[in-house]
Ligand binder design. Structure first.
Ligand code: NAP
Length: 285
């Protein structure tokens, strides 16, 4: 039997969403417009359409408005940039989410970077990433932001820990490494060319598995008392860590589902609420 403490992202998400509802009502009662999260979907990819619907519904459930913009699959970069400019110019829009991936004729990086930094609640702009890296005010990518929030909820002291992040994607591994570095961890980033992953992981006090490979992280590699964060989400509710063997070694571990997963949309909402609070002058940076 494992004695790991489960890091419960579902419970934390529910708690945060209740508090968000109260914050939004306070904003509105103080005479501010109800904040809008705008989502842009280009094309008709069914998985993307589902994600965008989920985000819109989650937004409405906490009392914000959602503006859903659906553009045809043949939209050009110029047309998309104009849509983003219009949203950037609307003071009620406090967050803009461009659903990834966009059709290949679109310059995705140009489109992401057109999003005004104060509305980049999904943490996709180059400027936002730079600011995060310099520990400046910006909204980090939502999954790593959710992981940091979850670790904080359990009062896990990060300073001085050896952290290993498995994965270096722009939305997960890289921003995760920056956030842990800013929290004074000593960070190693592993990827598909890492020569001896097991050895790197064996020295870690904290491991974040974010590689998209089912059950890649094995308990045998871990030292006792480690913190295991599984950001993976593979078909069949399987994470990037082998839960059973990792739980034998870990002091703390995130389950899949119910660990990191629920935190991602919650952080998108949280960032949008923060953006509205900053716009209303209710939050100091
Ligand atoms: P990604 O863009 O495919 O990146 C995967 C990363 O893992 C790459 O950096 C890759 O290295 C590395 N990698 C692949 N195989 C490896 C191996 N054998 N050993 C070490 N590193 C390896 O994936 P992602 O978007 O970051 O997502 C990662 C995981 O998180 C997936 O399971 C995904 O489903 C999940 N995810 C969950 C949420 C959520 O809301 N919970 C959100 C986003 C993603 P190279 O750079 O060398 O190719």
């Amino acid at each position: 039997m494992s004695e790991s403490t489960l890091l419960d992202g579902k419970a934390l998400s529910e708690k945060m969403r209740v508090s968000m509802q109260e914050r939004i009502e306070r904003l509105v009662q103080a005479g501010n417009e109800r904040p809008v999260l705008a989502t842009i979907l280009v094309g008709s990819d069914p998985a993307s359409a589902t994600y965008v619907r989920m985000k819109g519904r989650a937004c409405e459930a906490v009392g914000m408005l959602s503006e859903r913009i659906e553009l045809p699959g043949q939209t050009t970069t110029e047309q998309l940039l104009k849509v983003i400019d219009t949203l950037n110019a609307n003071p009620q829009v406090r967050g803009i989410l461009l659903q990834h991936p966009v059709p290949e004729q679109i310059d995705e990086r140009l489109a992401f970077d057109r999003i005004d930094a104060t509305r980049d609640v999904d943490g996709v702009t180059t400027l936002g990433f730079g600011k995060i890296s310099f520990a400046d005010q910006a909204y980090p990518s939502c999954t790593p932001a959710g992981i940091m929030r979850l670790l904080a909820e359990y009062d896990i002291a990060l300073s001085g820990l050896k952290a290993v992040v498995i994965g270096r994607s722009p939305i997960l591994g890289k921003p995760m490494a920056m956030l842990l570095l800013n929290a004074n961890c000593t960070v190693t980033i592993c990827h598909s060319r890492t020569v001896d992953l097991a050895r790197e992981v064996s020295e870690a006090d904290l491991v974040v598995a974010a590689c998209g490979k089912p059950r890649l992280l094995r308990g045998e590699w871990l030292k006792p008392g480690v913190i295991v964060v599984d950001a993976g989400y593979n078909p069949g509710n399987v994470g990037d860590a082998d839960f059973e063997s990792c739980a034998q070694k870990a002091a703390y571990i995130t389950p899949v589902p119910g660990g990191v997963g629920p935190m991602t949309i919650t952080m998108l909402l949280e960032h949008t609420v923060q953006s509205a609070e900053r716009h209303a002058g209710l939050m100091s940076d």
